[in-house]
Design a protein around this ligand. Structure first.
Ligand SMILES: C[S@@+](CC[C@H](N)C(=O)[O-])C[C@H]1O[C@@H](n2cnc3c(N)ncnc32)[C@H](O)[C@@H]1O
Length: 399
């Protein structure tokens, strides 16, 4: 490439941008650029200090998050070579930590050195989300590299997340390789089987980040009456019934998820002791206040109320309302599992909301367990925003 072109593909960082790069933060924002490169969405660009020394390379985006860093140092990376190397390393991490699991997250974006890629494996079917144009423009090559690293029967692109338009990418679900599974596929998840709809299920098909939680709380299930709020396809309730719960009441607004949950009961040969309340959990919990039903275990696993910093206050209100209503439904001596998957809502914020809610509900809480995202969804120690899933298991007593 002629040298003027090479120079044009350089972004010059200001002092605080350099500071972030030195701290190995993989995002460079527009506000940290002294000079914007002349390049197209998705191009591989170099970033330099103010004297022109190359500090690293990343994928360019015309949005506020301008560069997703791929490598540090002067040498221009071979993008597909780097992808292959990092996919192999990511898979080795899962082989080490999740041996024998049928479904797991193979690639967790920045934490696997592959910002803009999320890849979940369900058996031999890969469900892929690509949120950076720098990967999307080579999507066929990307799919081919995945197949070189592991045998796959299908690769499905599930690009439906927000912000895709900022990257100039369409929202779309499409088959990149193999055959689209005609039916939801049966996957062992923890100690039960679950049907996963790779084409139409939420996220990449299932919420893999909470798949290990039922095991952690299994001593609470035997004989318990369980309220599973935001139940999706019944993951918690299925485990509770399999471990001897007396009844599960599941609250979920998606009828499609409830239909699959019903089939999940059948394929596991579990007793029909799951009752569904389909609708908005806030309305249903308000109604339950007047019914005064009580449970031994209440599980709250809501969607992210605060994906970004601007929504923290409204998230706090939402979490608090759910927590107060949840506490009101727990028998004296029962337990509450409360999860938050909001990137911008810290562990301390969650604990403070739970404390406020406990005070309003006139209960006292002991922390039995703390929940983090699982090992196949690693957080980066240098990037607090990647530590998104937090939760507490609380023992609850009336005051
Ligand atoms: C984080 S997921 C729960 C995952 C689930 N616990 C599991 O183990 O698979 C949140 C779920 O809440 C549902 N949901 C979102 N908003 C809701 C609302 N206002 N009322 C009821 N359900 C809601 C979504 O359809 C989704 O299934």
């Amino acid at each position: 490439m002629p040298s003027e072109k090479r120079l044009a593909r350089r972004a010059v960082l200001d002092e605080s941008g350099l500071e972030r790069a030195r701290a190995m933060h993989p995002w460079i924002f527009r506000g940290n650029l002294r000079q914007i490169p002349q390049c197209a969405q998705g191009d591989l660009v170099a970033f330099t200090d103010m004297s022109g020394v190359i500090k690293g390379w990343g994928l360019w985006s015309d949005s506020a998050l301008s560069i997703r860093v791929l490598t540090y140092g002067t040498k221009e990376p071979d993008q597909m070579g780097l992808l292959r190397e990092r996919l192999t390393s990511a898979l080795n991490w899962r082989k080490l930590w999740c041996p024998g699991e049928e479904a797991f997250r193979w690639v967790h974006g920045e934490a696997d050195g592959l910002p803009g890629i999320i890849a979940d494996l369900y058996g031999d079917v890969l469900s892929l989300q690509v949120s950076a144009a720098g990967w999307y423009r080579h999507i066929d090559k990307v799919a081919a590299v995945f197949r070189k690293v592991r045998k796959l029967s299908a690769i499905v692109l599930r690009n439906e997340t927000k912000h895709l338009e900022k990257e100039g990418m369409p929202k779309e679900v499409k088959l990149l390789f193999g055959e689209m599974p005609k039916e939801p596929i049966k996957i062992k998840m923890g100690s039960v089987y679950e049907l996963v709809d790779i084409e139409k299920g939420q996220k990449t098909g299932a919420y893999l980040d909470v798949r290990g939680v039922p095991d952690m709380i299994s001593p609470l299930f035997k004989g318990a009456r369980v309220l599973d709020c935001f139940s999706y396809q019944g993951h918690f309730g299925l485990h509770a019934l399999a471990a001897g719960a007396s009844e599960v009441v599941a609250v979920e607004q998606s009828q499609q998820a409830i239909d699959i949950a019903q089939k999940n009961l059948e394929i596991n040969g579990l007793p029909r002791k799951m009752k569904w309340k389909c609708g908005n959990a806030f309305d249903i919990m308000r109604k339950m206040d007047s019914d005064r039903e009580r449970f031994d275990l209440v599980i709250m696993d809501p969607p992210p109320f605060s994906p970004a910093k601007g929504q923290v206050e409204s998230a706090r209100r939402g979490y608090k309302e759910l927590a107060v209503r949840g506490f009101n439904r727990i028998k004296d001596g029962g337990h509450m599992v409360f999860l938050s998957c909001s990137h911008a809502f810290s562990r301390e914020m969650l604990l403070s909301v739970l404390n406020d809610a406990a005070r309003d509900a006139c209960v006292s809480c002991r922390i039995a367990l703390e929940i983090h995202q699982p090992i196949d969804h690693p957080a980066l120690s240098s990037v607090p925003e990647t530590d998104y899933l937090k939760g507490f298991v609380l023992g609850v007593r009336d005051q």
